[in-house]
Design a protein around this ligand. Structure first.
Ligand code: HEC
Ligand code: HEC
Length: 273
């Protein structure tokens, strides 16, 4: 290649890559309204965004991976936690995490009830933006390893086999929507938004024998099934699990999970001696 050819080649390559870049930028902008559901930006969403900025949530948190990396990413938080939990959490985060165990805390933000409702509307809009699969797994508070597809979280490894209800139940536990693993670990003493389910069977046997259980089921299996389909039938004590007798665990599973999958979950959880 002589000098002239080299120059032409450089100019040509620059022009082509600039054209591709501009084309892709225009194409992205063309899709923004659809991907972000811009028709769903209600006044509450806009007010919530203002509350978000006014309180500098971004100084500690990220959304879409942008912001500070001190605290968890909140892009999908409404899908992972649900409204009841978030309301109580934003009202007083100190009820939920323990400084000794978690080593960092979210300061109380003194948000009004309206601020909180608006923030949740904003975060819910964020969670519905089509990120084309990002983040690939939930980014959460506790260091517990959470992977919807990766190696099991469980200390009790169920016997493998596609037809094994315990193995199938463990898979539902990771993949339901919201995923049980977003709130429950099966490692002893790792309590996230929900209690660790390690030793669930032994704990439930004690509860049923103690007279502390006020519901109508009689068996461990029945209790576990009821916990999934009617979380508020019996709530665990503690301000981080319920408010006014209503469990922070979503009450949507009875409707959203096929009954075969609920059976598999019950088989899996019953195996967590
Ligand atoms: C000074 C830093 C800081 C600020 C400012 C802050 N947070 Fe947090 N936030 C945290 C930390 C740290 C956690 C993780 C909980 C823990 O480990 O104590 C957290 C957790 C959360 C959670 C998740 C709880 C869970 O169980 O998954 C939500 C929701 C949240 N923050 C919302 C907000 C909102 C909304 C704002 C602004 C109004 C905000 N945060 C401002 C530090 C902060
Ligand atoms: C948003 C967080 C969240 C999600 C998601 C969630 N849970 Fe829960 N779960 C909780 C909370 C909080 C409690 C404690 C309050 C109560 O007793 O209902 C709980 C309690 C339970 C209990 C009773 C535990 C005990 O010791 O008595 C079981 C069993 C359970 N959940 C199973 C599941 C299963 C299975 C899934 C997935 C299909 C699931 N949970 C999804 C938050 C969650």
């Amino acid at each position: 290649m002589n000098k002239r050819q080299a120059r032409l080649f450089a100019i040509g390559a620059t022009v082509i890559s600039a054209a591709v870049f501009i084309g892709m930028t225009i194409d992205s902008h063309r899709q923004f309204a659809t991907l972000t559901h811009s028709d769903q930006i209600t006044p509450a969403v806009i007010r919530g965004k203002n509350v978000w900025h006014k309180n500098n949530c971004i100084n500690c948190h990220t959304v879409f991976g942008e912001g500070a990396y001190y605290a968890p990413d909140l892009t999908k938080i409404t899908k992972l936690r649900g409204e009841a939990y978030l309301k109580a959490y934003l009202h007083d985060p100190s009820q939920f995490y323990d400084e000794k165990r978690h080593r960092r805390l979210m300061p109380k933000q003194d948000l009004s009830a309206t601020d909180i409702t608006d923030l949740i509307a904003f975060l819910d809009w964020v969670s519905n933006v089509d990120n084309q699969g990002w983040p690939p797994r939930p980014l959460l508070v506790t260091g517990a390893s959470i992977s919807p597809t990766g190696p099991a979280l469980s200390v009790v490894r169920p016997v493998s086999g596609a037809e094994n209800p315990i193995a199938l139940g463990e898979s539902v536990f990771r993949t339901s929507s919201p995923a049980c693993v977003a709130c429950h670990s099966t490692t002893p003493d790792v309590n996230m938004a929900g209690p660790s389910l390690a030793g669930l069977t032994a704990r439930t046997e004690k509860l049923l024998a103690s007279g502390g259980y006020k519901g109508s089921v009689k068996t461990v299996e029945g209790y576990i099934r009821e916990s999934i389909t009617h979380p508020s039938a019996h709530v665990l004590p503690g301000p981080m699990y319920s408010a006014s007798g209503v469990s922070f665990m979503p009450a949507t599973f009875a409707k959203d999970l096929p009954s075969a999958q609920i059976d598999q979950l019950v088989a899996y959880l019953t195996s967590l001696k």
